[in-house]
Design a binder for this molecule. Sequence first.
Ligand code: AMP
Length: 539
Amino acid sequence: MSSLGTMMEFPLTLDHLLVRAERMFPAVPVVSRLPDRSLHRTTYGAVTKRARALAEALTRAGLRKGDRVATLMWNHAAHLETYLGVPLAGGVVHTLNLRLAPEELAYIIQHAADRFLLVDEVLLPLWEKVRPRAGIEKVVVVSAAQGGEYEALLATATGRWTPPQLSEGDACGMCYTSGTTGMPKGVVYTHRSTMLHTLGATLADVLAVRHADVILPVVPMFHANAWGLPYAAVMIGAKLVFPGPALDAESVLDLMARERVTVAAGVPTVWLAVLEALDREPTRWSFVPGLRMIVGGSAAPESMLRGYDRHGMTVVHAWGMTEMSPLGSVSHLGPDADTLDEAARYAQRARQGRPSPLVEIRAMNESGEVPWDDHTMGELQVRGPWVTARYHENEEAKDRWTADGWFRTGDVVTLDSTGSIKLADRTKDLVKSGGEWISSVDLENALMGHPAVKEAAVVAVPHPRWGERPLATVVLRQGRTVTAAELQEWLRPKFAKFWIPEAIVFAETIPRTSAGKFRKSELRERYAGWTWPGPTSSS
Ligand code: AMP
């Protein structure tokens, strides 16, 4: 008797998404804000047709299977065409982070061996600085106006072309991590990993997106595939709204209101600014009831969850990494929600949450796997079909994988008995004071809970007696004032005495990484020579 089942061999390849959208959702709109702030309207019918034309045109221009096609683009419909068209031709979409320095971009382009590049016309000034060092064979400029090189490229397609046979193990996309140490590291996604991630992303206990949704990815399409939302939207036929380069709070709010957005996604810094604008003018915009904001990339403070609830909007907190395609976990309330009081419900929603199906987790410390007791900290390790097994052509970073095949996230966490993750810090951001760990994330979240505080970042600063002490950098909300002593009083009931930062520095801004996260390495450098006053009271 055969041990095999009777099921079809059906490779998990992305052309399936394209075919589905062109057959079932041709009339669904795709709206993009252009650099001149006008709105460009198209449909899945047109986008999929143009994606096919792009696949054929690139093939005629010499694209071979496995070739890298780089994109230097904002979020808009043409970028979506590359997401669908390049993999259809057997190519690999390599999304470039347009906030990186020209030298970094040149390094990444060379390291990935990109052959083609599609670049937004408005980004040409950046590209001109990269071009001499990049060595790209063919560059195509994408213009917002009619005509231009991209349209000319699409016009070379005849429509009489059959896409190549794809295998699910073929590469389809590529992204470099925005790490703050060492050279950027490349992750290469496969058709299979992206398809499974797309299915996972749509689950009700993951991002819960569906056909009737209107999805606004504020998170850039160069940041881990905009968290998989463009592919998810195409698969389920949800209307897509792209913000283009206009990422300021008012532009985002205008777009959310005007296009009847039901799900928007981005990093906390974006949503903090949006919340401040909403608090200032609570009645200026009107939104679809129950609008959800998917927040990830760094920790969403509990005060942000509460803040949006006041406007009838719901924050959904997600954790992930470029190396994980990127979705790892999402926090949702369970069937016991009714038995929890308000504080417990917020505390649960502010966690990083339970891993998606197919993502396995464990946390390790020097003694081995830590218990799921919600108390013992350990480094989070993960494995699953959309977690990368290595970096692209990089020998140095091999130690990110354990001997038994788990990926070391570099995040320090506690796990509760149900496997819900609570992130304490990046390994390198933990503050070790007098031999005890202090979570900078917990302090930041508590500081951001103060009504006068807009943003807070806490870093470890060397201390002669305690080894390290936490130093908080705080940005105040417009028109608000508060003293360092008042903030310390605010923290005192929430933490052990030794957690309270003696030093609180007020600043206009907190430096950001290219992905919009707080750049704590810069703060650590800034305060490395900090002089602490006399003997401290932190004992
Ligand atoms: P990236 O690959 O640039 O998306 O960065 C991944 C890292 O961002 C993770 O390892 C975490 O340190 C951090 N991160 C992502 N999501 C969250 C979250 N919800 N809360 C806290 N940190 C997060």
